[in-house]
Design a protein around this ligand. Structure first.
Ligand code: ZN
Length: 405
């Protein structure tokens, strides 16, 4: 028996429209109380209460990650498990400069829309809250803890400006903490007795700057000094910096990381300091490889809803996200929705201020409807997931994605 997805889709869209005001209020409330990585307690409370009121069975602190959650809604029989993800962390000092208040609303709206028609569909819908995308790697922690076991496909949407995209690549990355230790001494009367830890950091920056010219154009190595000493008249005995090391694929990124470590070792040797270098394992983000059969469904629904969706350009400037880690183990999508016609840089005050405007909220709600319709397609028509799995297996054979290990 085939399922009338048109009729179900119309019902799901109505269910989202019925909650429009409540969803906008939810998004604005998360925006007004920005919480950084792994501290998103109020946002989680709001999102899980919303899901519960719509009939989801919610587990908070999912898989031991305090500010994660999972809300399940079951269909009328066995079938695939589709996960719709939400992010809700803010940036330190800047607040919601990445618009995760919209991601949270989109994920919740789409989940509620699908749930309203699940009595006519097989399978399970899982609304999974994934904290700490901005550097903390909530999805990495969840993957490691088995939080995506049994999930067949995962989907979420990220806000951007200018043009909506069905998907684009992202950079594989690592965050690295670098510390140099030396010996303190009076900077004027006994400088020869000191070992200058700050010189280790400065030499590292110089080495990195020299290396940069010999890197591929997609590689990114950038850092800040987090500790440079305490007083000008004291030779610093401790100095520290944080770096990100990124590239388009993991193999080259690891090569750049090895060269970065050599830069740090060389700096320590030259300055006589002791080096401690820590690669943050949770913040080791993989590059994104989105599922084209599922992304095509989202694009189809966006167009049917009167929206334009563009192809990513090859020279697209991109960042990194822990959604890359999810995409390495299952077919998944992460489209970008333009919440502003004009281009506004991400992680900026202007973007933060824009993501609560009516224009942004309306655009996000349309994207959420298209996401709900996409999830309904996956649950209703086994061929969509079959095509997605076939593409994933071909990519795995070519070493483009890892698969489950
Ligand atoms: Zn973001």
């Amino acid at each position: 028996m085939s399922i009338d997805t048109k009729a179900l889709g119309a019902r799901a869209v109505n269910a989202i429209d019925d909650r429009r005001d409540a969803l906008f209020t939810l998004s604005r409330a998360i925006h007004a109380k920005p919480e950084i990585a792994f501290q998103e307690r109020e946002a989680v409370l709001r999102l899980t209460e919303f899901l519960e009121s719509a009939g989801f069975a919610v587990e908070r602190g999912y898989r031991g990650v305090e500010t994660s959650y999972r809300g399940d809604a079951r269909g009328r029989g066995p079938g695939p498990t589709v996960a719709i993800l939400a992010e809700y962390d803010a940036l330190p000092e800047l607040g919601h400069g990445c618009g995760h208040n919209l991601i949270a609303m989109i994920g919740t709206a789409a989940a509620v829309g699908v749930q309203s028609v699940l009595d006519s569909l097989p399978g399970t819908l899982a609304a999974i809250g994934t904290p700490a995308e901005e550097g903390g790697g909530g999805k990495v922690a969840l993957l490691r803890a088995g939080g995506f076991d049994g999930v067949d496909t995962a989907m979420m949407i990220h806000p951007t400006s200018g043009r909506s995209l069905a998907g684009r690549h992202s950079l594989a990355s690592n965050r690295v903490m670098v510390e140099f230790r030396g010996r303190a001494a009076h900077a004027a009367s006994q400088p020869d007795q000191g070992i200058n830890a700050l010189d280790g950091i400065l030499q590292l920056f110089n080495n990195v700057n020299a290396m940069r010219q010999q890197l591929r154009p997609d590689a990114r190595v950038h850092g800040i000094i987090t500790n440079g000493g305490s007083a000008a008249n004291v030779i610093p005995d401790y100095a520290a910096a944080r770096f990100s090391v990124r590239a388009l694929d993991r193999r080259y990124q690891q090569e750049v990381l090895r060269r970065f470590i050599a830069c740090a070792e060389g700096a320590a040797k030259a300055t006589g300091t002791e080096l401690a270098l820590t690669v943050n394992e949770n913040a080791g983000y993989e590059n994104m490889v989105f599922s084209t059969p599922i992304a095509e469904r989202w694009t189809h629904h966006m167009k049917a809803l009167g929206q334009q969706v563009f192809e990513a350009r090859d020279e697209e400037r991109v960042g990194s996200t822990d959604m890359g880690n999810v995409m390495q183990v299952m077919p998944a999508i992460h489209p970008y929705i333009a919440v502003s016609q004009e281009t506004i840089p991400g992680h900026s005050i202007a973007f933060r201020d824009h993501v609560v405007t009516p224009e942004a909220l309306d655009a996000a709600l349309v994207a959420a409807k298209a996401l709900a319709l996409t999830a309904i397609d996956v649950l209703a028509d086994p061929r969509v997931l079959e095509r997605a799995r076939r593409e994933f297996e071909e990519r795995r054979a070519r070493g483009v994605v890892k698969g489950r290990q």
